[in-house]
Design a protein around this ligand. Structure first.
Ligand code: ZN
Length: 84
């Protein structure tokens, strides 16, 4: 599973990807196509920025849940204590 989210540049409309862990409020990223700096703020009126932040937050939660599964998975569950 990818840990990156898609960002669409408002200026040149090109799409690129950034890691969800880095894409948080306060983060800024230069568009690789037109080189405009995109600022990711919760208060941004740019719909593309809002969506990227939302996607990143959602993805971070999913990735965190996967990490927790990985940590707890190796221990075998013992349910059948009553068997003889
Ligand atoms: Zn651009």
């Amino acid at each position: 599973m990818s840990d990156t989210v898609q960002i669409r540049c408002t200026r040149c409309k090109s799409a690129f990807r950034e890691r969800a862990k880095r894409l948080q409020p306060g983060y800024s990223r230069q568009c690789p196509n037109c080189e405009v700096i995109i600022f990711f703020e919760e208060s941004a009126i740019d719909k593309n920025v809002q969506k990227a932040l939302l996607d990143a937050r959602r993805l971070r939660r999913v990735l965190r849940e996967q990490e927790e599964v990985k940590v707890t998975a190796p221990q075998p569950a013992v349910y059948d204590r009553t068997s003889t």
